[in-house]
Design a protein around this ligand. Structure first.
Ligand code: ADP
Length: 376
């Protein structure tokens, strides 16, 4: 049952004519992921045709909704829709990475071509598979870097499963809008932005590559990041078209790959390294997560195999940044929204070393391998 505010917002959207169908914007079916919170913060997605220049429509929709009584902020995100209805599963990496027509983006300033560069260093955290701890590592790396005195931003571009709000304890927060720019949500000393703050996370799973890119572009361009030293980007898992587009279109200074030691994960890591190389994104290094589990007698159980990521890093000639064991404190931190790196556990110390290693690899450039960190 929609709330009275949502009903009013939809009515306001219908006051804006969809140039394609001639219908009201809500009636046209192009609005999805509408969230109208009791505190007056409203967000929604407008699906836009490939090649469409719908920025004026987005602006008109925002203005119309902003006039609704009780609405305090409005955030509309344009997504360049490719095909409706199909659930997007990251595809296998394309056989050839030769240039193909770039997906049509919503007409925001394309990142990498305009003045937008939110941080001195922009680092993507990627994984070839889901569930290997990529988001956990991203959040804790970012917290550790912030604790070392850097101004750090964290962008959740994992639109298929934005988990950062849960891991940061910011679920349900909506960014304020000032001077037409989204104000990031501050959490644990980080400047954060997530697609999860803007739309119902269930909506995003049906997006396809161009829609993802368009949304990510807006998250970067329309956010008031301030003056950051480092921006970490949590990317969707996989080495498919979505990831390829992201790394091609964002001004990345490097990528950190997270993997478990399992052979099946490592095969994908090799493919991932190949993809980043072909797109000229320096691989800053590989982090092996869930490397072992410490048993009650202090011995280590190598549940997913031993040393696989380090061997793969050597074989691929990319730095091995370090190994993290399975640590209950990391899972608990993810579930409670208080990242382990904020505390003083051995996990926090490991992330401090890993963040230093990432920073050094970034400063050294792609040619010089970063120092290897071994978890004690
Ligand atoms: P991904 O982003 O790769 O999908 P997540 O970061 O969401 O993976 O992690 C998946 C689950 O594993 C989460 O519940 C997380 O808390 C847990 N996890 C990740 N790394 C570790 C670790 N080293 N020790 C214990 N639990 C972990």
């Amino acid at each position: 049952m929609p709330s009275p505010l949502e009903i009013q917002v939809r009515a306001a959207l219908d006051g804006v004519k969809d140039p394609n169908s001639g219908k009201g914007l809500a009636a046209s079916g192009r609005v999805s992921g509408l969230v109208a919170r009791a505190d007056g913060k409203v967000g929604f997605v407008i699906e836009t045709g490939v090649g469409a220049a719908d920025e004026p429509l987005r602006k008109a929709a925002e203005v119309a909704v902003a006039r609704v009584r009780g609405v305090t902020t409005v955030t509309a995100v344009l997504t360049a829709e490719a095909t409706t209805g199909a659930r997007s599963v990251p595809a296998a990496a394309p056989a050839s990475l030769s240039p193909k027509p770039a997906p049509q983006l919503a007409p925001t300033t394309p990142v990498g071509q305009g003045p937008v560069r939110p941080a001195r260093g922009i680092v993507a955290v990627a994984s070839a598979k889901g569930g290997v701890g990529k988001s956990t590592v991203t959040v804790n790396l970012a917290v550790a870097a912030a604790r070392s005195g850097l101004r750090v931003g964290l962008l959740d571009a994992d639109v298929f499963g934005p988990s950062l709000p849960t891991m940061l304890g910011t679920v349900g927060q909506r960014p304020d809008v000032k001077n037409k720019r989204m104000q990031p949500v501050m959490a644990h000393g980080l400047v954060t932005m997530s697609i999860g703050y803007l739309v119902d996370p269930d909506q995003a799973v049906v997006w396809r590559g161009p829609m993802v890119m368009s949304a990510v572009n807006q998250l970067i361009n329309d956010t008031d990041w301030g003056d950051l030293d480092l921006l970490f980007i949590d990317t969707p898992p996989g080495t498919g078209e979505v990831q390829l587009t992201l790394v091609q279109r964002l001004p990345l200074d490097g990528v950190v790959i997270v993997s478990t030691p399992q052979e099946v994960a490592l095969a994908d890591v090799r493919r991932g390294v190949g993809m980043f190389r072909k797109t000229n994104v320096p691989v800053l290094g590989i982090i092996e997560n869930m490397a072992w589990f410490e048993q009650q007698d202090g011995s280590r159980a190598y549940i997913f195999g031993q040393g696989g990521a380090e061997r793969t890093a050597a074989e691929q000639k990319v730095p091995f940044l370090g190994a993290l064991p399975i640590l209950p404190v990391l899972r608990e931190g993810g579930d409670t929204g208080i990242p382990a790196a904020t505390g003083d556990s051995s996990a926090a110390e490991a992330f401090r070393l890993l963040a230093d290693a990432v920073n050094e690899a970034l400063a050294a450039g792609p040619s010089k391998p970063a120092p290897k960190i071994i978890f004690e």
